[in-house]
Design a protein around this ligand. Sequence first.
Ligand code: ADP
Ligand code: MG
Length: 395
Amino acid sequence: MQGETIRSVRELDVLARRVFVRVDFNVPIEGGKVVDDTRIRETIPTLRHLLAREARVVIASHLGRPKGRDQKHSMEPAAQRLAELMDVEVLLADDCIGDGPKKIIGELREGQIACLENLRFHPGEEANDEGFARELAKLADVYVNDAFGAAHRAHASVAALPRLFRERGSGLLLEKEISALSRIRDEAEHPFVAVLGGAKVSDKIGVIEALLNKVDVLVIGGAMANTFLAAKGLAMGKSLVESDRLALARTLLARAEERGVRVVLPEDLVVATSPEAEGGRITSPELVGPEEMALDVGPRTLESIGKAIENARTVFWNGPMGLFEKPPFAKGTEAVAKCIAQLQGAFTVVGGGDSAAAVHAVGLAHRFSHVSTGGGAALEFIEGRKLPGIEALRS
Ligand code: ADP
Ligand code: MG
């Protein structure tokens, strides 16, 4: 039902009440430590808002893909990182439902936060099970969703659970995500340039189709560009190409032409015979050798991308320009990050797990209008799909 409003945590009656906050602490962990704490940092404004109102804060998240209970996927490192970042005590429950969490929440003292154990330790989470949601609901009086990265999943803690609360709404991060991505989806100022890259066309068909109705220029890089170049009849050697998507790529190019959208494809590429190579050679897309693979965009392409972006009022970027995890093939992605970061007065948004990580890695996140914490969720939002975690908050 359209038009139903989503209340902000600022409008909810949280004073001294138990507040369940669904956070997205699905963060990378290595050797028992959180290696990228962006998502944790981003929820702090909501948690501080609640603590300042003497709420008894209960946070819950999933982490990874555990098969049942599994200490490797414990929330412990994330809870500990939150405690360090906020300088508050975070008490980790031994489970997410039952007597353990009840006891911890019952004994919470002012300023402390209770963290439930990984929601995915119970199959009811991914099954969106009502009974599991009712067990979670027993732990709180108010529900807040601040987990944009999980909002596209119809899982119990984001879909079934909020409907069990009269007092429910969005956290400050979720609000920020909805506001920035709505501006891209519904009211982008022109010129509007979308830069798309990453691994596969097939992951992004929906978003490409949606963007073709909105943008003036579509820049295509990364492995995705290989499929478009192959669709134009070029031999791409051993490059990552989705050979079952060539017809689709041709259809998308034709549609772009119909709508007057200028498509910028690589004019030169960095190629090598293996992703492990210490460096590559720069060549034109027509001259990729049979044993070579395209692993980054070349300098001429970067110049064209720079020109395409230069006068943009709105830029949306998803997907790295190359195999950026390997330093010899990271130049294109870094250059695009810098180029977008430099724009003055434009509204610039990055969405996508890997592209956001690339922007953080080069220290430019603060120079973007918005860096989304959602990968799949951001793309589905821009496509215009309804996200279960957002719909469930309407009242
Ligand atoms: P995002 O998470 O930002 O949406 P994707 O998941 O679609 O991006 O794609 C990211 C992956 O694509 C990265 O692992 C990157 O190394 C890979 N990639 C990009 N370009 C290439 C390429 N030319 N060859 C191989 N892999 C590539
Ligand atoms: Mg990704």
